[in-house]
Design a protein around this ligand. Structure first.
Ligand code: AMP
Length: 391
């Protein structure tokens, strides 16, 4: 796979696949510009080489039809404002309109094409649609990490029809940080896996157990492991059909000398509500009718201790129901511990990212992945189709 800085884009027509899947309010105003900002390094690099930059993305799920609320039109002025240049918006991504617009471009010009998903061929990884896109350019750059786990025409099939293809800087960062953490880590390597369900993370657990020195499991999923050890977990989240798998993971950890840490105490309530009566109990003392909604202070201390000597940390999933303030301190205090450890840390997965941002310490984390599903699939040990297509 080539990276953008390893190919020649000077004077070329470069189609850049970005992720501008930004949130918008009802009047069509972009309410969070993080994703647009994340594409600037790649776009600026290409522009500075005197290339013509054809920017293309998806937005929402219009399911192969033109749906006005999913138009990328409102993103053009956002990008224009950041780059301090005109960004004409072209209201189709293929066909005569797009081709004419590209022909009219001069060196250093930029255009933004309409939502790729207005065409059914995009999500189907359709060859004919990919060829239509490929017609627009002589170089293709993929910088949309967050969708690289799904093969689409604009990130997979297109690579067959454009002679020069490369990964942009955002994709490069994602891949390089991930490989540094999981491929060739400075040890000890500690994984923190939290979130709601074991069933969502089972493949992640099975993969990371082979790679880490320490595995910390928190969040709702910890209760399935605790139940598998024979504890009463009351009304806590628990997947009884996962008990055997949970036991298998714990046996594997033991056999491979991986330190496996579960909460030793928990903040309980009778309902998942911010005003519910709360209590802190050891995990062996969860009463019937109560549920564990955060890790308790002894667990925070034990988990913090386990990350203190880490040299590399990978974190996916909150350790409690952090959206409700009374159950957020486990997750937030672990952010502090991770930051203080000085370890190379990557954090990924939508909720974990939100939790870290809430602490105001995201700039102290080595890398926060921009992909939820894509990051999880990397953690599962999978090869992402759009990344493979660049190889
Ligand atoms: P995930 O998407 O699997 O990472 O799960 C994230 C969700 O898990 C968040 O919305 C949390 O509120 C939820 N969660 C974390 N810990 C618990 C818990 N102990 N009980 C219920 N939900 C939890």
């Amino acid at each position: 796979m080539k990276y953008l800085d390893q190919i020649d884009v000077s004077g070329k027509k470069v189609l850049v696949r970005v992720d501008f899947n930004v949130p918008m309010d009802k009047s069509g105003n972009v309410t969070d510009v993080t994703r647009v900002k994340a594409s600037l390094a790649t776009i600026n690099f290409i522009r500075d080489k005197g290339a013509r930059v054809i920017v293309t993305s998806h937005l929402g799920r219009p399911k192969g039809k033109r749906v006005e609320e999913f138009s990328l039109r409102p993103v053009a002025p956002v990008l224009a404002g950041m780059l301090k240049t005109d960004v004409p918006f072209i209201d189709d991504c293929i066909g005569e309109k797009a081709e004419k617009a590209v022909t009219a471009m001069k060196a250093g010009d930029l255009i933004l094409l309409e939502n790729l998903r207005f065409h059914p061929g995009e999500d189907k990884n359709d060859e004919a649609f990919a060829q239509e896109l490929a017609k627009l350019c002589d170089v293709y750059v993929n910088d949309a990490f967050a969708v690289s786990h799904r093969a689409a025409a604009s990130n997979t099939a297109i690579t067959k029809y454009v002679p020069v293809c490369a990964a942009g800087f955002l994709l490069k960062n994602e891949i390089e940080y991930f490989n540094k953490a999981m491929g060739n880590p400075t040890r000890p390597l500690v994984a923190i896996i939290g979130g709601a369900k074991v069933s969502d993370k089972i493949k992640v657990l099975e993969n990371v157990i082979d790679k880490v020195d320490r595995l910390i499991v928190g969040g709702g999923m910890a209760f399935t492991f605790l139940k598998a050890q024979g504890f009463n977990v009351g009304k806590s989240l628990c997947e009884t059909d996962m008990l055997d798998l949970a036991r298998k993971i714990m046996d594997k950890a033991k056999a491979q000398n991986v330190q496996f840490l579960l909460p030793v105490d928990t903040v309980i309530a009778q309902e998942p509500s911010a005003d519910a009566e709360r209590n802190i109990v050891a995990v062996k003392d969860i009463p019937d009718g109560w549920m564990g909604l955060d890790i308790g202070p002894a667990s925070i201390a034990a988990f913090s201790d386990a990350v203190k000597t880490a040299k590399t940390i990978v974190w996916n999933g909150p350790l409690g129901m952090f959206e409700l303030a009374p159950f957020s301190s486990g997750t937030f205090k672990l952010v502090d511990a991770v930051v203080q450890s000085g370890a190379m840390t990557i954090v990924g997965g939508g909720d974990t990212d939100t939790a870290v941002h809430k602490t105001g310490k995201s700039d102290k984390i080595s890398y926060i992945s921009t992909g939820g599903g894509a990051f999880l699939e990397l953690l599962e040990g999978k090869t992402l189709p759009a990344v493979a297509a660049l190889g």
